[in-house]
Design a protein around this ligand. Structure first.
Ligand code: ALL
Length: 324
């Protein structure tokens, strides 16, 4: 071969190789983003599972991300940012803070990425003020759920007595709504049930245990406790046990965690609410998939509410029986 031709051939081979690399490089598959609060809460593990199972059925990729703690609002904002940068086809989000997450989500709107709000509703005023566009809300009627749980608690208290509440993170819309639902149930008793104390324990078990231990010191008269979620109910019963009051204070929760089902069967927690976290995520994935196919979301699906279920010992025993 002519010596002068060799460099030309080498360059040519290099160019062809480069073209082949670019052309044959597997295109990154489109994927839906699911942003959860934290997997330290079984509720969100259930949500992730529901989303993954639906995505598998539909043959679509799902990127599930969560923050390290219930209170890690900034981490959720960073996850949203990264998902926008990676061009997910839609963002499904259960926001930890109903106001703080509105701003980061504007970047999704700007990039033309649809946003579907799951579980904890974003703050309606903040959404309006910032002009955030949401495709839909899929989640719980939190006022109703808290009413159901508290009413059952009050019924078990004999319709009277001293009650208290452990609240979720107050910047969350569903924490506020659950407080309202609980208050509604109390006012139905026309003064027979009195609230003697309430405080936040940020949705978490350890803080709940400490907060309730302190509450019991100041209010030994407490006979019933509504916890805005099950993790806090699990913390509260530790404090009750430490105070030697197991069986003397009735506790109601919200979420129907497996660990709480065990306590309900033992009688240390009286009742809880199943709000089917898996369903919320599955419906979110279905909706995101429809959007990927260019389908319109009908007006009737813009707010989708989960069917709530009151879980008591009787209900759990019946379910066990049905499984057999
Ligand atoms: C809410 C959920 C659950 C949960 C809580 C903790 O959004 O609805 O009740 O336990 O978050 O983050």
């Amino acid at each position: 071969m002519n010596k002068n031709v060799i460099p030309i051939v080498i360059v040519l081979i290099a160019v062809i190789a480069l073209v082949l690399i670019v052309v044959l490089k597997p295109k990154s598959e489109p994927q839906i983003g699911l942003v959860l609060k934290t997997l330290t809460n079984e509720f969100f593990q259930t949500m992730a599972k529901g989303g993954r199972e639906e995505a598998e059925k539909l043959g679509v990729k799902l990127d599930v991300k969560s923050a390290s703690r219930e209170t890690a609002f900034d981490e959720q904002a960073q996850i949203v940012e990264a998902m926008v940068a990676s061009k997910v086809t839609a963002i499904l989000i259960a926001p930890s803070d109903s106001k703080a997450l509105v701003k980061p989500l504007l970047a999704a709107n700007k990039a033309g990425i649809p946003v579907i709000n799951l579980d904890n509703p974003l703050d309606a005023d903040e959404v309006k003020a910032r002009g955030l566009k949401l495709v839909a809300y899929i989640g719980t009627d939190n006022v109703k759920g808290a009413e159901m749980s508290t009413r059952e608690l009050i019924r078990a208290m004999g319709g009277k007595g001293n009650i208290a509440m452990l609240e979720g993170i107050r910047a969350a819309d569903n924490a506020q709504k659950r407080r309202t639902g609980y208050q509604n149930a109390i006012s139905e008793t026309s003064g027979k049930v009195k609230e003697v104390a309430h405080d936040t324990a940020s949705w978490e078990t350890e803080p709940a245990s400490n907060v309730f231990a302190a509450m019991l010191q100041t209010h030994p008269e407490i006979e019933g406790l509504f916890c805005a979620n099950d993790n806090m109910a699990l913390g509260a019963i530790k404090a009750i046990e430490a105070a030697g009051k197991t069986g003397k204070i009735l506790v109601a929760g919200f979420d129907n965690l497996k660990a709480v089902q065990k306590e309900v069967l033992k009688g240390t927690i009286h009742c809880t609410i199943d709000q089917h976290a898996d369903w919320m995520a599955a419906e979110g994935v279905k909706m995101a998939y429809k959007l990927m196919q260019g389908e319109e979301i009908p007006e009737s699906d813009r707010v989708m509410r989960v069917e709530l279920e009151l879980i008591s010992k009787e209900v759990l025993l019946k379910k066990q029986q049905e499984k057999k």
